[in-house]
Unconditional design. Structure first.
Length: 356
């Protein structure tokens, strides 16, 4: 039997299924500035959403830190023990000076934020099934697998969220991962290599990190992109392949890895998508999920520029303006006629999807 996890306690029904904690943000003596990552991006997204009056502190679900017991659902004890070595964490997070810090500082300042984001993804998995959608403002550590971290990813939150659902929620036995970060999601690919319950679609720059040929064997729909791919071609491919993936297999949950490192000018992604293109991309994915009434969990993943937080917030506002996310909206589990009508109306609006 699965252990009792606080991550699966019911969230207040008054909250939006948007998960966040101030503990997500990484700050220590300016060292975070040595990484191209905006280590306060998650808090900035929330602040923009508050400024726009979409949410308030008491309306978001407070993320809890994943415990060792939670992490062991996927990770090996050997791997978790490795994180007690600061130099290992320095390698994974690509912040070399971390190697010289005492491990208790590393645990508190680097790993605790990542564990809290991981807890947030697991919580958002349950919320998505309960409410039809959920967004973890952090998470999306798609380079980490059960026994190996890398590329700033120390915990396999996507694998964890799916395994928690499979073990704990009746009626969830198939999952689709739609990974649209600029990098190949080799972590979840390695974890689900021979698992036929998980369908993986991955669109990424074929020339950049991690170039994991072994992990690619787990991808059911591989969309390899060229340097400098722009909006028109990108959105066309996303639309075609998301539709294709969901027509091929109707899952019980979609995990959408919505990396913003596809943004033009990202030093690591090498693609050239505009802010509007990113907003449109998220819309395409949510429309595909909502019109089929498949619960969707979105995580924010990579994105390494100062303007990223604003774009993520704009995208969430756009989804709300289009009625694709709503505090009241629920999928399949609803027998409520008013809700059913709302779903029908929003589905009607979805059929005339245009990519202009």
């Amino acid at each position: 039997r699965p252990h009792r996890s606080e991550l699966y306690e019911d969230a207040p029904s008054t909250c939006w299924p948007i998960v966040y904690s101030p503990d997500y943000n990484i700050t220590f003596m300016g060292l975070e500035k040595l990484h191209p990552f905006d280590a306060g991006k998650w808090g900035k997204v929330i602040n923009f959403l508050k400024d726009e009056k979409l949410i308030a502190d008491d309306l978001i679900v407070q993320a809890r830190e994943a415990t060792d017991e939670d992490l062991l659902v996927v990770h090996t004890r050997r791997y978790l023990n490795k994180l007690k070595w600061s130099f290992v964490v320095a390698t994974i997070t690509e912040i070399p000076p971390v190697a010289f810090l005492p491990n208790f500082v590393v645990q508190r300042k680097v790993l605790k934020p990542l564990r809290t984001q991981t807890g947030g993804t697991i919580m958002a998995g349950k919320l998505a099934v309960d409410r039809g959608w959920a967004i973890n403002v952090g998470g999306g550590f798609h380079h980490c697998s059960s026994d190996k971290g890398g590329g700033f990813c120390a915990y396999a939150d996507i694998t964890l969220a799916i395994k928690f659902l499979f073990e704990r929620v009746q009626g969830v036995s198939k999952a689709t991962i739609i990974d649209l970060d600029a990098h190949q999601g080799n972590g979840h690919e390695r974890d689900f290599m021979d698992d036929h319950r998980v369908y993986i679609m991955d669109a990424y720059n074929r020339y950049i990190y991690p170039g994991d040929g072994f992990a690619k064997r787990a991808i059911k729909r591989k969309v390899e992109l060229e340097w400098g791919t722009e909006d028109t071609e990108y959105l066309q491919k996303v639309h075609t392949h998301v539709e294709g993936a969901l027509n091929e297999l109707k899952p019980d949950i979609i995990v959408y890895n919505a990396g913003t490192d596809i943004l033009d000018g990202d030093p690591l992604g090498g693609l050239a998508i505009s802010p509007q293109g990113i907003v449109k991309r998220d819309e395409v994915v949510f429309k595909a999920a909502r019109s089929r009434r498949i619960p969707i969990l979105m995580v924010t993943s990579g994105g390494y520029q100062k303007r990223t937080a604003r774009i993520i917030a704009d995208s969430i506002l756009n989804l709300h303006n289009l009625g694709l996310i709503d505090k009241e909206l629920v999928t399949g589990r609803a027998e409520n006629p008013k809700v059913e009508q709302m779903i029908r109306d929003s589905a009607k609006g979805l059929t005339n999807l245009s990519l202009q």
